[in-house]
Design a protein around this ligand. Sequence first.
Ligand code: ADP
Ligand code: MG
Length: 250
Amino acid sequence: MGDLVLHLDNINKSFGGLSALSDVNLHVEEGTTHAIIGPNGAGKSTLLNVCIGRLKPDTGKVTFAGEVLTGREPHEITQLGVARVFQTPEIFQEMTLLENVMIPAFSHRDGAFRLNANKLLSKQGEIRDEAEHILEDVGLKDMMLTEAGSLSRGDKRRLELGMCLILRPRLLLLDEPTAGMARHDTNQTIELLKKIKSRGMTKVIIEHDMHVVFSLADKVSVLARGQIIAGGDPQSVREDPKVKEAYLGG
Ligand code: ADP
Ligand code: MG
């Protein structure tokens, strides 16, 4: 078993009177794919937003690789090696795919903005090469000079994944990466995520689609009404009566 690298300890988060997360404890092993499943409104996206600093928990602490993430700004968390793919892709519609993948590297890696103009130019060639490789990995290289706005929904999500990969994250958080995709697109995305898995990155994947969860996850945690109600390997979670009940009742 690998080391535990991501810890969520006693996380509570309310919106007004509504308790979205209540006493959530979660520990993720380095290099594994950990899925968080649960009915709509269970608190899954809230949990992810707490990890990346978009939301501050009312109580509790998130730690990644020995660094406390709670209380830090999202860009600082990115600098610590944490990247995320949102439920709705956030891409630059009027730029090409290549530009979209290059931009995050300039804004985040090695403090690139502080380099002088010469260094920045030499860096640009390096980043361009890497961006092309990544576009090949995500199956979009043929379209690298196309405007991102013209992509299909599935391709936009793969582009956003490419924008994360150029940051060379140690931890990748994905919020329903196959939401709204047709089966063919879903399968292609599963294959892509499997390929990334073999690079040893830790992944936390929020997912509604059971097919995706059971194809990818090493461990599964089930969230219902803001609480973790079950967890373990995918097979045991699938057979857990509490889980079936949460889904039927949810
Ligand atoms: P999931 O991703 O599992 O569908 P969410 O984390 O989006 O669930 O939402 C959990 C609960 O918190 C829901 O009841 C939702 O309406 C509520 N919620 C989420 N974000 C906010 C917010 N910014 N303000 C108020 N309520 C919110
Ligand atoms: Mg959600």
